[in-house]
Design a protein. Structure first.
Length: 224
């Protein structure tokens, strides 16, 4: 008989909480709803403040308080501006698969000392702070508008690839399944450190690539 913990780890992602109701969070919520996921979306305060936006921009996604959305979610999409990350309570996300879709843009966010480490990828820094979460880096290297427009069914000759980087194999596989179901080929990278390839300045950042092209742009030891 398997334990409850083992059973929970084997369960697929069915419910997703999107933290951030801006362009990126709204776009992700839309494609996730269309892919058949149960989706909630939360901003920094009262969900009533984004209720109208949600009805118009993310139909099918339920606006909720962040704590309630996260509590019921199998995975959390962290789609807030990076300069607000230090205000996130790590306890809120403890035990969760957290998909880091944030990017570090000093001209927009200003210099953030937390993310100035030249050795670590930004998602490694996120993981270090969210020590009780399983952080996966994905969806950050494609534009939010392209996230919707470039979706293709399995087998399409024009289907694009998205990278998935994380240190927890179960979390990586779970997020890769989301990527595939939304409409992209998932390319697993060898850990969060390899996720640097997905960041601004990385070889695949901002590029629309199929699987063969994507794998040709990363080092062989970056792909799992």
């Amino acid at each position: 008989m398997i334990s409850a913990e083992t059973a929970a780890r084997k369960a697929r992602i069915a419910t997703i909480a999107v933290l951030g109701a801006g362009h990126v969070g709204s776009a992700f919520a839309r494609v996730a709803v269309e892919a058949g996921y149960r989706v909630s979306i939360a901003a920094s305060g009262d969900p009533q403040k984004i209720a109208l936006i949600a009805r118009v921009l993310t139909p099918g996604a339920e606006p909720r308080w962040a704590a309630d959305a996260v509590a019921d979610a199998d995975a959390v999409i962290l789609a807030i501006p990076l300069h607000r990350f230090d205000a996130v309570d790590p306890a809120l996300l403890a035990g969760k698969i957290v998909v880091d879709v944030m990017n570090y843009w000093p001209p927009i966010d200003g210099v953030q000392q937390m993310f100035e480490d030249p050795i670590l990828s930004t998602s490694e820094i996120v993981q270090r702070r969210l020590a009780e979460s399983r952080v996966v880096k994905s969806f950050n290297h494609i534009g939010y508008h392209e996230l919707e427009s470039e979706r293709r069914p399995v087998g399409s000759r024009t289907r694009q690839a998205l990278g998935v980087a994380g240190d927890d194999p179960f979390a990586v596989d779970s997020v890769a399944e989301v990527v595939e179901r939304i409409g992209y080929d998932a390319i697993r990278l060898a850990g969060l450190r390899a996720g640097r390839a997905l960041q601004p300045g990385g070889p695949v950042f901002g590029a629309l690539l199929d699987t063969r092209e994507f794998e040709g742009h990363v080092r062989l030891d970056d792909a799992a």
